[in-house]
Write a protein that binds this ligand. Structure first.
Ligand code: NAD
Ligand code: MG
Ligand code: MG
Length: 334
């Protein structure tokens, strides 16, 4: 098992006399900025003047500058804009404002690993990637806890890059939960694989196929939704806390026997062969370039696929069902 580092292993003092610019104030940006401020660090925010996040950032007590001015002022620049815009923001606002010995940081390795951003040799390049959404990074910090982080060093010009990455992780609350060391390559490739093949892509296709199978066989869509989608939360909670074996301990023997005998028939060797293809396309950069080209074209394919998926019966039934369960009502994602 890879080493786990906690509060005692990291020293925030290495960041105490530095100015930290957080570029972007979205999901991760607001959480990193607020947590670091509460940890006693000097944080400024870089945002375009027309951003809807300028007001909330100012109201939270931050100095808000343009991305270029924030970068110029800072010793450490954390880039927390969406991955598809980061290369442009770097080219237009950050690159010319980098001084030797500065630190460039990311929460995901995409742009550095695939070469969309090529940093100069005389700066540190680090990653601190919380393994959870931004609102959890903030909420858990305010409760005295934290979200675990992955951290990595891509380039160490000062000889202090690793200590700085660990200090950063401590300042956002990561070392309260535990932080784990990785590389840009490993974080980027495993993150993309997990979200494509398992967590987001694989899962939503699995749920949808199960739902369709029951509905096409004449069962009520509501029942199909309960059995193939809604109940997932209960199963995932068990796996999260107790692992697969713990989940199997909790379900009925009937369910467990069906799980063990039928699961591998549905998710068979063919699925794994295709997963290996998915991984290959990630490793050789094909997926990354496809995504960047799609973004440059204004995301036409993504918009179409998103609209089609949203119009699927599984979504209509789900929305109706959630509206009837009182404690889920109004639980819309912001
Ligand atoms: P987000 O979409 O929530 O926020 C983006 C922020 O960037 C907003 O403040 C937006 O106004 C600003 N922005 C957008 N375009 C800009 C531009 N051209 N110039 C300047 N600012 C611009 O993004 P996010 O989900 O917080 O993702 C940020 C980074 O964190 C990404 O690298 C992502 O992979 C990584 N990450 C996200 C999560 C997550 O849970 N969302 C988890 C781990 C890592
Ligand atoms: Mg990801
Ligand atoms: Mg059941």
């Amino acid at each position: 098992m890879v080493a786990t580092y906690y509060d005692k292993d990291a020293d925030i003092n290495i960041l105490k006399d530095k100015t930290i610019a957080v570029i972007g104030y979205g999901s991760q940006g607001h959480a990193h900025a607020l947590n670091m401020k509460d940890s006693g660090l000097h944080v400024v925010i870089g945002l375009r003047s027309n951003s809807k996040f300028v007001t909330p950032a100012k109201e939270a007590g931050f100095e808000v500058l343009s991305p270029a001015d924030a970068s110029k002022k800072a010793d450490l620049i954390m880039v927390l804009v969406p991955d598809e815009f980061a290369a442009d923001v770097y080219k237009n606002d950050i690159e010319k404002n980098l001084q030797p010995g500065n630190v460039l940081a990311f929460a995901h390795g995409f742009n550095i690993h695939f070469g969309f951003i090529k940093p100069p040799k005389d700066i540190d390049v680090i990653m601190v990637a919380p393994k959870g959404p931004g609102h959890m990074v903030r909420q858990l910090y305010t409760e005295g806890a934290g979200v675990p982080d992955l951290f990595a060093v891509y380039q160490d010009a000062t000889g202090k890059a690793r200590d700085i990455a660990m200090a950063y992780a401590k300042a956002i609350g990561g070392t309260r939960a535990g932080i784990f060391e990785t590389t840009y390559k490993e974080e980027t490739e495993t993150d993309l694989f997990g979200e494509q093949a398992v967590l987001c892509g694989g899962l939503s296709a699995l749920l949808t196929a199960g739902f369709e199978t029951l509905v096409e066989a004449g069962y009520q869509p509501t029942m199909a939704y309960f059995e193939c989608v809604h109940e997932l939360k209960l199963i995932v909670d068990l796996i999260y806390k107790h692992g697969l074996a713990g989940m199997r301990y909790s379900i009925s023997n009937t369910a467990e026997y069906g799980d063990l005998t039928v699961g591998p028939k549905v998710i068979d060797a063919g699925v794994k062969t295709r997963m290996k293809d998915v991984l290959k396309r990630i490793q050789n950069g094909e997926f990354a370039h496809e995504f960047v080209d799609e973004c440059k074209a204004g995301k036409p394919n993504m918009e179409k696929l998103r609209a089609n998926a949203k119009a699927h019966q599984v979504e209509n039934i789900g929305e109706e069902l959630r509206s009837k369960i009182p404690f889920l009502k109004g639980g819309k994602l912001l």
